[in-house]
Write a protein that binds this ligand. Structure first.
Ligand SMILES: [Fe+2]
Length: 162
């Protein structure tokens, strides 16, 4: 990796995110299947659809900036997914597993929120207004998904697990 300018930093961030979102599209179906609560299944399925949209939106961001959409393997997301898979395969109580799945999913959301926040700020500072707007749309969706998971945990899953 060579970082000579803020433009290079933005490009690296976007390539990393592109890989992260694509890994997530592959991984989320197993998480949906592992969830016991219908509400949690629905929330994660919905976020899978949104995540497919995030991949497409990143392609628009690359286009807006004038660079080729390329991935650079995101090790962070790989690690988060691997931890999530461990939870998905766990034996025991379905409600307890759901509570742990929410924890794993929220780690993913926070990771993405950090990355999109950074990318949006960089795009803004570099004058890529359209790209910044697109990144902000995804950032809002990640935050909403995170809040929804908190609600599901507090209102139903954690209570059921207790
Ligand atoms: Fe996403």
């Amino acid at each position: 990796m060579e970082l000579k300018s803020l433009d290079d930093v933005l490009e690296e961030e976007l390539k990393d995110l592109y890989s992260a979102e694509k890994q997530l599209v592959e991984a989320l179906p197993d998480i949906v299947e592992a969830a016991s609560s219908k509400e949690l299944q629905d929330a994660i399925s919905e976020h899978l659809e949104e995540t497919r949209g995030h991949v497409k939106r990143l392609e628009e961001v690359f286009q807006a900036i004038g660079i080729q959409p390329e991935s650079e393997h995101c090790d962070g997301m790989e690690g988060l997914i691997s931890e999530g898979s461990e939870v998905a395969e766990a034996d025991g109580d379905g409600d307890a597993r759901d509570a742990a799945l929410i924890g794993a999913a929220q780690r993913v959301e926070h990771y993405e929120i950090a990355a999109y926040g950074t990318a949006r700020s960089l795009a803004q500072q570099l004058g890529h207004t359209d790209a910044a707007k697109l990144l902000n749309e995804t950032l809002d969706e990640e935050s909403a998904a995170d809040e929804k998971l908190t609600k599901i945990a507090e209102k139903s899953v954690n209570k059921a697990a207790r």
